[in-house]
Design a protein around this ligand. Structure first.
Ligand SMILES: C[S@@+](CC[C@H](N)C(=O)[O-])C[C@H]1O[C@@H](n2cnc3c(N)ncnc32)[C@H](O)[C@@H]1O
Length: 196
């Protein structure tokens, strides 16, 4: 498994492989629309940086994106995804706009600005994981600002995601949060706007 990840990094370096992502084309188009012209943005769950690039390319030229991911290390003590992500940001010339924070989201809360325009959450998909992210990070969005939450609705093309805690927490809590309104759902991605 780790050998395959190393091979993927090498193939990405030589432009044989594309970076991996779990977002669909439609979801990435929505992320692009809602991140557009943000000054400050946060992403939880960078992985190989595909959505980091999308956000980085569409925030304002002087904007900043805080990308949070612990980049969990494998048996060799290395996280190969991190190197794909770093190279991906550089190749797309967004590396200077992105601050990578190598921590769990719960430990990174004081490393990011108190108020921002756009947050993309795609980290810990357990019920407790997204609960913590929602409780801490939803407070960071300014009125009128957007939180995009991946894997919070079962997409038609992958009914197996129904068991995810993030889907249950969205249905139980997020959709009823009076400080937000739901704007739209794109595949598994829900867009919430802060109203107060
Ligand atoms: C489903 S992948 C994200 C995929 C990425 N958004 C994409 O589609 O390209 C989940 C990522 O979240 C990270 N992650 C898991 N728990 C996290 C947490 N508590 N805080 C920040 N990142 C976390 C993992 O290391 C992994 O890279």
């Amino acid at each position: 498994m780790r050998g395959l990840e190393l091979l993927h990094l090498v193939k990405y370096f030589f432009k044989v492989d594309a970076p991996n992502t779990q977002t669909s084309k439609n979801e990435r188009a929505a992320i692009e629309r809602y991140a557009k012209d943000a000054n400050l943005a946060i992403e939880i769950g960078v992985f190989e940086g595909v959505n980091t690039v999308v956000i980085g390319q569409h925030i304002k030229p002087a904007g900043k994106l805080y990308g949070i991911d612990p980049f969990f290390k494998g048996k060799l003590g290395v996280c190969f995804h991190k190197y794909v992500a770093k190279l991906n940001l550089k190749r797309h010339k967004v590396n200077k706009k992105v601050v990578l924070i190598e921590k769990l989201s719960g430990d990174a809360i004081s490393d990011v600005p108190a108020s921002c325009d756009f947050i993309f959450i795609d980290g810990d998909h357990s019920y407790d994981g997204i609960k913590k992210d929602w409780e801490q990070y939803s407070l960071k969005v300014r009125p009128g600002g957007i939180i995009a939450l991946h894997d919070t609705t079962v997409p038609e093309f992958d009914p197996g995601r129904v068991a995810l805690g993030s889907i249950a927490f969205f249905k139980d809590v997020i959709v009823h949060d009076k400080s937000f309104e739901k704007v739209e759902t794109i595949d598994s991605l829900n867009i919430m706007r802060r109203i107060s």
